[in-house]
Design a protein around this ligand. Sequence first.
Ligand code: GLU
Length: 470
Amino acid sequence: MTRKIRTRIAPSPTGFLHLGTARTALFSWAFARHFGGDFILRIEDTDEARSTQEAVDQIIAAMKWLELEYDEGPFYQMQRIDRYREVIASMLEAGTAYRCYCTPAELDEMREAQRARGEKPRYDGRWRPEPGKRLPAVPEGVAPVIRFRNPIEGDVTWDDMVKGPITINNRELDDLIIARPSSEPGGIGTPTYNFCVVVDDLDMQITHVIRGDDHVNNTPRQINILRALGAELPVYGHTPMILGPDGDKLSKRHGAVSVLQYEEDGYLPAAMINYLSRLGWSHGDDEVYTREQLIAWFDGQHLAKSPAQWDAAKLNWVNGQYMKAAADDTLAPLLAAQLARRGVQVQAGEHLARVCGLFKDRCATTVELADWAMMYFTDITPRGEDLEAHVTEAVKPALATLAAALEGVEWNKPAIAAAIKQTLTTHGLKMPVLAHAVRVLVCGRAQTPSLDAVLELFSREIAMKRLHSF
Ligand code: GLU
């Protein structure tokens, strides 16, 4: 192929960006990047009743969050209606499209009769022009639709990037309606979805159409129209749906399906990209890889024929890997954003970065990181059972000694460690006994990373106040 690779994602703005669409966007983006091509965002907003600006904004925000940068667009189908009409006019002229004056009642009747004869209901071609055929007289007062004159003979075959060769006989395909009735006599009404897609893919010089396999049935129709327009065909790739853990198509029922919900839930965009890319594609056994590796590897091979299943535990694991690897000052603003959601305003400065550094290894998400960080910025309430179990009469004298020792030390990790050690020696206690008690009082929980490191990140004032609170 000599054409420059051009792919697109064409979401309908009838809701948020769904995980499935994000995955398709990601495949299209990675494929274009791999070949140094272009990736285009097209908003398919011809369903005026269901399309909203809010959904458009959400889609763009989600693409931005995932850093799926597009080279062109967003293009809006509603702004291209004149162009679609122009193409339809040229098809009417060329005889590859025709006006059909069947009324809805007539079509119903046609279908009824076909069903009664045990046939599959389809348009019977009564307004289809054929050499030597006499068409019915144009009825009064009926605004016609415009139909595509689909070939009757032969097959449509394409070599699907994902599914391999697919062949559909033209006898399976109706003469598709490409424009609805117009209110103006002789006019061309609103073009239909399948037709707009074709003109867009043609005008935008799309070379590879990667989309969900719910569009497989549209493809032979779109190919026929492209052929009628004398266009070079794109390569098609239809990825199977993503399934929920129970094997049904992934839906709200399985939890969040909006991409931006995952931002709120504390996932890193790079981890999301990594996880999503593995749903229906693989590079050997690799599970964790960078965007650069993904781009280097994503050549359109190894796309899975069978549906991938959403696995929340695996996503958490992948995200945990990215949390561990992330720089502390990269995580700090994300943590600040999570804390802000809880009403805690903190600067994403050095202190917050150190909090990230201390806890990130044990967190799957920035939400979990915020769970840890809260003890530094809000009051804590130790649980009664923890106080009872750990802040015992036996350990209280040691707590008093430690508090006194900490009063005078320089507030850093080695000095805090030395004070703890000295207290243990003085009272002949084992580390866990004292450490658990201090943790429950200061941190509100008995398990934390190394005590000196945890304490160092409190101000001395707060640490002392909590230590004295038994
Ligand atoms: N607008 C379609 C959808 O959201 C995509 C169509 C296409 O990729 O061709 O499912």
